[in-house]
Structures are given as C-alpha cells and as structure tokens.
Design a protein around this ligand. Structure first.
Ligand code: NAP
Length: 339
C-alpha cells in the first residue's frame, strides 16, 4: 500500500507522571494484511487513565505493555484493507488499535473489533458514551452497585467520561444522584446540563460534610473513580447495606509513595455494606445489549455525551496528562486523521 505508520512505543516504565521520553515515536512502513488480518486507519484514539497502569510492571487484570511494544490504546478507525472475510474496506470499527496511525490487527485480535455505523452516531460517541467508558458506568452502577429506584448514588470524577454517564444512568433509574468533581464549571455542568441533584466541588468544599448534607439518609451506592480521601469521605457517609463500587482510583495512579488505602473501612462492618471492584471486560458478552439500551436513552434525549477532542496524533504524551490534571471535560480522545 506504500503507507508510513507512526507509533508511540513504550521506552521506559514511568515513575510518577508519565513524560514524553517514556515513549519512542517511531516510523515504519505499513504491511499489507495477510489471511485473517485487518488493516485499520486510526481516526480517533481513546485516552484512558488505565493507560498509566498498563505502563507498570507487575500482575494486573491485563498484561503490562512490554518495553518496545506499541502503547496499548482503544480507538475508532476505518478498514482500509482486509484479509478477513468478516471485515470489508470502508467498515468502521472500534477496539484496541494501539497508539499508532495504522493498526494491522491479527485474525485472533480482530474478534475484539466492533463494527459501528457512523450514520447512527458520530465515531467519538462510540469511543466514549457507547464505548468502554459508557459500558463501565452501566455495568458498574447497575450490576456491581445494584442501583435501584430511590437509592442515593454518589459518583466521584462526576464530570469525567465514566462519571457523567454513571450519574445520568442513576437518574434514569430513579435514583438521587450526587456528583463530586473539581471546580465550579464542572459542578455547574453536571447539575444544570446533566440533571444531577447536587454537586460537590472537592477542590473548594469539605467533601465529608457536604456529603452528609446532600445525603441525609446516607449513601446507598458510591461509584468511586478517584480513591484516596474522597473514598474515605464516602465511606464515612454510608447507609445500611450500601454498595461501594471500586471503578478506579485516579488520585493514586501516579503515586511514588505507594497507594493509600481507605482508613474508614470499618464503616462496611457497621453498615453491613460491601465494597467490590470490577473490570468492565468481565461484561464483554453483554456489551451489545448495554450499548443498545444506552443508545435508546440517547435517542430519547435522556442521556447526553460529551467529548473532549484534541487534534494531532503527536500530542499523545501531553494530552494523556490532561486526565491526571483534571483538564479534560468529557471523554478525552485524539483525532488522528480524517475519515
Ligand atoms: N474498572 C474499569 O473497568 C474501568 C474502565 C474505565 C475507566 N475506569 C476508571 O474510571 C475512572 C475515570 O476514567 P475516565 O476514563 O472516565 O476519565 P475521566 O473521568 O474522563 O478523566 C479523569 C478525571 O479524573 C479527575 N481527577 C484527576 N486527578 C484526580 C485526583 N487527584 N483526585 C480526584 N479526581 C481526579 C479529573 O476530574 P476533576 O477535574 O473532577 O478532578 C479528571 O478529569 C478512572 O479511575 C479509570 O481508571 C475503570
């Protein structure tokens, strides 16, 4: 095909916040797909806090990215050549494409690609609200958290990609939703635009006291995206039988002194509550069902999506840091190329 690929390959395991030199920016020719393989042109690259964890050595729910390997990344793209009967040139797909302009996907990995129709929803929506972050909110809240009508649901990282979906789904299910986010603009947005019942600005307010005020009957479901002190504040406000959903702990991902666990955990005992972590991949077999339900809510105007799209593949290392600085507003992604 005579195309040139650019890639970010892992060069070093970061200490603290990742920096540009933790990746090598490399160029290599694109090979034509062999039998079973699919060649995808990356159009949008998803940036996720989990990428920080994938750069670490050690046992996790998924193998670490090896030194020298293309940085793992989700995304959306277009099939430009195919040796796989399941995919035709012109198909749009989402899946693990890697931080690169062209992804040559092997026969086995191609099973993980999902065909999407850009006429039904814009591609960025498939990366965010109808993609991994939306699905994480859906299964985390409804399956792990068992949220039901009348519950008070508290979500941290509430103006982020996962959090804004979790809070809105809570409202759709008849819960009271209280969001915790950084800064007045984000707090205002989740209440005025997304219909949360209340918001707490953790950067300027006392979370523990304001939770008590906004959740007088206690918190039935706490959907945690951030960990650290905010998790402790939520634990201090649980209702009897509460469910604490450990979705993520972004406040801890770049710690150089070890991860700080909760000190208020005995609240689980006192309130006969439970705390449970999960990985969205556990629910892969049900992605289609959940995405269809969420798409229905979007079409009915009950569920809104918001994307934060940065132009330019080369910005990858700097754009990723926006997540850890709270500079993204909605699902963070990079627009790599035009269709
Ligand atoms: N379990 C799973 O399968 C799964 C799948 C996807 C994502 N996740 C997790 O879900 C969480 C959200 O991910 P996302 O992709 O939706 O990202 P996101 O919420 O769109 O972006 C990250 C947000 O985290 C907040 N943040 C950053 N540092 C913080 C700190 N020190 N304390 C409190 N908040 C901080 C910032 O918002 P503010 O401006 O409000 O501070 C930032 O905008 C992450 O923990 C991620 O690892 C889990």
């Amino acid at each position: 095909m005579n195309l040139t690929n650019h890639q970010f390959r892992l060069a070093a395991r970061p200490v603290g916040l990742p920096k540009r030199s933790d990746w090598n920016y490399v160029e290599e020719p694109v090979r034509d797909p062999g039998p079973g393989e699919v060649l995808v042109k990356t159009l949008y690259l998803s940036l996720d806090p989990a990428m920080r964890g994938w750069m670490n050595e050690g046992r996790s729910y998924i193998a670490p990215v090896g030194i020298g390997e293309v940085m793992r990344a989700g995304g959306a793209g277009k099939v430009i050549a195919s040796g796989n009967p399941g995919f035709a040139v012109g198909d749009h797909v989402t899946g693990v494409l890697g931080a690169q302009e062209y992804a040559l996907i092997g026969a086995e990995a191609a099973r993980g690609l999902t065909k999407v129709d850009p006429k039904l929803a814009p591609l960025p929506v498939y990366v965010g609200a109808l993609g991994i972050t939306g699905l994480t909110a859906y299964f985390g809240l409804l399956e792990v958290g068992q949220a039901k009508a009348g519950d008070t649901v508290v979500v941290s990282g509430a103006a982020g990609a996962t959090g804004m979906m979790a809070g809105q789904i809570a409202k759709i299910k008849g819960c009271r939703a209280v969001g915790i986010a950084g800064g007045p603009e984000k707090c205002n947005y989740i209440v005025k635009e997304l219909g949360f019942d209340a918001a707490i600005d953790y950067k300027s307010e006392k979370v523990i006291e304001n939770l008590r005020q906004h959740c007088p009957q206690g918190v039935n479901v706490y959907f945690d995206n951030v960990g650290g002190d905010i998790l402790d504040a939520a634990l201090a406000n649980l209702a009897r039988g509460a469910r604490v959903v450990i979705c993520g702990a972004i406040s801890q991902y770049n710690s150089t002194t070890g991860i700080k666990g909760p000190s208020n955990y005995l609240s689980l005992l006192v309130n006969s509550a439970r705390m449970e972590g999960f990985v969205v991949f556990n629910y892969m077999a049900r992605y289609g069902e959940a995405a269809r339900e969420m798409a229905g809510w979007m079409m009915a105007g009950k569920l809104k999506s918001r994307e934060d799209i940065v132009e330019g593949f080369q910005t990858f290392p700097d754009t990723l840091l926006k997540l850890f600085r709270g500079e993204n507003f909605g699902k963070l992604m990079i627009k790599v190329a035009d269709a």
